[in-house]
Design a protein around this ligand. Structure first.
Ligand SMILES: Nc1ncnc2c1ncn2[C@@H]1O[C@H](COP(=O)(O)OP(=O)(O)OP(=O)(O)O)[C@@H](O)[C@H]1O
Length: 688
């Protein structure tokens, strides 16, 4: 389903309506009852009621479903949208194959995670997927969202979107998936996060002004106006509150005005009040014609009442599916009455949870869960007809294929992104540059580190170059400077690259941009910082030590050190691209740099390396850097056995040749890093 321009006109109309609504609310506020001592009455039931959410009318299809279910119809006003999504699923099953024994050599065991899960949800409705921890809520949500990791799981069952088999390309345009974890850049403001998402995800044809209006609307809808220019923050950088953070996470997905919103534990980590505010926002969005599905752990009773439908899971089995308000009577009819004044959600979770505290409790609760699963299975038989009717047309559920695999990959790839490749590159570069500029710790730390190192090394080897004759010392100094800069450049990359991995994986899963513009932007936006640091370091050390006094030689020295340090960064990228944690990257990067150092040409001359290992020096970036700086320093020394170039077996490639090899090596390393990054991205099973 494509996003039509009509949608956005609807939005603008609703912004106006929201403004009018605000004015009306302000009028009511002035009529608030306040006692002489400042006492303001509080009604816990009415505190969150919203006039927009009144109860009227019902459609015939839902009525027939309720009838088949033997349940009472619930109703409310739903604003129609030009693009709406209904989801139906029948007998969804998911299993994972686990390799048994030591090192996976034992027999493979199949673990069933979801068994025959059926249900449906319509535009204007809010469905809760509830169950205790490990019941399979997130797994079911992933299945509904088309985000089951490829290759790991076996799936079966039928899922239809608006009565038709899901087309993953169009589905992802109309659906938003909000992860449980709030993965965002701490250094960007709320507005920047939302604008970035809007500019990359809204259609290319939409004017920038309209995209900004859309961001403003999301800010209003989610109640983020007061923190819109505050950095999101994290444990170190002070930022927005937990509830605001959660809403920003939701807002990032809402900017596309999705018709289907899937949320994984949207209230986790929030206090009861914030949780209620977030869910009320979701309810409003649902009543505006969207379809909302949320997994939820332990909703307070007021949140539970907001849901139209409930799908209750236990141990991957369906315990109940139907109107949320019919759940208590359903279980009461099975002789499980909910105690008076008890939160129905707590009651349901307690009823279907497996209690493992003792063997007998486990046996008892397991038997109860099986009883409930069997009863629901029987009930499902009577519902099946209504469910099948609601599945829509007779089109087979097999995914449609378009041409051969390559054509599908190629056209699908381009069709999936709202923004063009150059637009992605510009926006990603802008973000990476902004982030690099705001990383005060890395920026100030880098300058301080280079001033301290530059001065220290300059003082240790003060005037060594000017005193003449000490070629071995100069060669050692040059070699040390290169290693120092390679390590200094490599370390921050391991951290920043792996730390932002979570955000990038989320964005890649939502198909916001391609890997290539991200990689290009990321690796070029930090280049100015590297050059600045090396300039500071070189100005201090080069002249204090008294290296080749020609201005041209100094310029070449800076170029060579920059390229060598950039290679150190490339090596760190190579190690960081497939690594999921900074620790994993940090375990590999030093090993690679030390290997480059060993074959660098200072400690061991090429002629002393065993013949069969000698070729490895051509993979060492330090080898080319060292050869280039040696030629730059001693290029005019008289020939003979004492010539430092001869003593260190400096190659005959010249400065230009060595610089060329350094550039080539950088390109190769970065290309491999790009490929590794691409292959370690999120991949989903698109067969459902
Ligand atoms: N790849 C896997 N290998 C083994 N078990 C898995 C795998 N993926 C999921 N599971 C198991 O499937 C069950 C359901 O997981 P899921 O994350 O869907 O539960 P949940 O109801 O969302 O739990 P929570 O509320 O704690 O997040 C869990 O027992 C989990 O351990």
């Amino acid at each position: 389903m494509s996003q039509s321009a009509g949608n956005f006109d609807d939005i603008e109309a609703s912004v106006g309506a929201a403004d009018r609504g605000d004015a009306e609310k302000e009028a009511t506020l002035s009529e608030v009852e306040i006692g002489p001592d400042g006492y303001v009455p509080f009604d816990p039931v009415l505190s969150f009621q919203d006039n927009d959410l009144d109860d009227v009318g019902a459609d015939a299809e839902r009525a027939s479903f309720y009838k088949a279910l033997g349940a009472r119809e619930g109703s409310h006003t739903v604003t129609e949208r030009s693009s709406a999504v209904s989801l139906n699923w029948e007998d969804l099953c998911l299993a994972v194959k686990l390799e048994g024994g030591m090192c996976g050599r034992g027999p493979t065991v199949t673990k069933r995670i979801l068994t025959n899960i059926s249900g449906y949800v319509r535009p204007g409705q809010m469905l809760a997927i509830m169950g205790s921890s490990g019941a399979g809520k997130s797994t079911l949500l992933n299945m509904l969202a088309g985000r089951v990791p490829a290759g790991q799981y076996e799936t079966s069952g039928e899922l239809r979107v608006n009565g038709k088999p899901r087309d993953s390309f169009t589905f992802q345009k109309s659906a938003a998936y909000v992860e449980q974890e709030d993965r965002m850049f701490a250094e960007l403001t709320v507005r920047e996060q939302l604008e970035f998402s809007a500019r990359l995800r809204l259609p290319r044809s939409m004017p920038l002004e309209k995209k900004r209006n859309r961001v403003e609307q999301v800010v209003r809808e989610l109640g983020l106006s007061k923190c819109v220019d505050t950095m999101v923050g994290n444990a170190v950088v002070r930022g927005v509150s937990g509830g605001e953070r959660k809403r920003v996470n939701i807002g990032i997905e809402l900017v596309t005005d999705p018709s289907l919103i899937l949320l994984d534990e949207p209230t986790s980590g929030l206090d009861a009040f914030q949780a209620q505010a977030v869910m009320l926002t979701m309810l409003r969005l649902a009543r505006n014609g969207r379809t909302v599905v949320a997994t939820i752990h332990q909703p307070r009773s007021q949140i539970f009442q907001m849901f139209d439908y409930l799908l209750l899971l236990s141990e991957g089995q369906e315990m109940y599916f139907g109107p949320a308000k019919e759940m208590v009577p359903y279980f009461a009819a099975l002789r499980y009455p909910c105690p008076e004044y008890f939160n129905p959600a707590d009651f349901a979770i307690d009823l279907v949870s497996l209690d493992m505290r003792t063997k007998s409790l486990e046996k008892q609760t397991r038997a109860r869960i099986q009883f409930l699963a069997d009863r629901f299975g029987e009930r499902m038989q009577t519902m099946r007809r209504a469910l099948s009717d609601s599945m829509g047309g007779t089109e087979p559920a097999k995914p449609r294929t378009r041409g051969n695999a390559f054509v599908r990959w190629f056209t699908g790839g381009w069709r999936s992104y709202a923004a063009s490749w150059p637009a992605q590159l510009i926006l990603l570069f802008g973000r990476s540059f902004k982030l690099a500029a705001r990383q005060n710790f890395v920026n100030i730390g880098g300058v301080v580190q280079n001033v301290v190192f530059g001065l220290l090394l300059g003082l240790i080897w003060l005037n060594t170059g000017r005193n003449g004759g000490n070629d071995t010392a100069i060669a050692g100094i040059l070699f040390f400077l290169l290693i120092n800069q390679a390590f200094v450049a490599a370390f921050p990359v391991q951290l920043t690259f792996t730390l932002e991995r979570g955000v990038v994986l989320r964005e890649r899963a939502s198909k916001i941009y391609r890997v290539s513009p991200y990689f290009l932007a990321k690796t070029s936006a930090e280049f100015p910082r590297l050059v600045l640091n090396i300039l500071i370091f070189s100005i201090l050390t080069y002249w204090m030590v008294g290296l080749n006094g020609f201005a041209g030689a100094f310029f070449l020295f800076v170029v060579i050190v920059v390229l060598t340090a950039y290679s150190g960064e490339s090596v760190a990228l190579l190690a960081s691209a497939p690594a999921s944690t900074p620790q994993a990257a940090a375990a590999v990067t030093p090993v690679l740099i030390v290997c480059a150092l060993l074959f660098g040409g200072f400690f061991i001359g090429p002629n002393t390396i065993p013949v069969w290992l000698r070729w490895l020096r051509f993979l060492s970036f330090i080898y080319y850097g060292f050869n280039a700086v040696m030629i730059n320093q001693f290029g005019s020394a008289p020939p003979g056995p004492d010539n430092p170039l001869h003593k260190y077996s400096i190659n005959s490639f010249g400065i230009g040749g060595n610089i060329g090899f350094l550039i080539m090596l950088n390109l190769v390393f970065r290309f491999i890093a790009y490929v590794l990054l691409r292959t370690t991205g999120p991949k989903f099973d698109r067969s459902k």
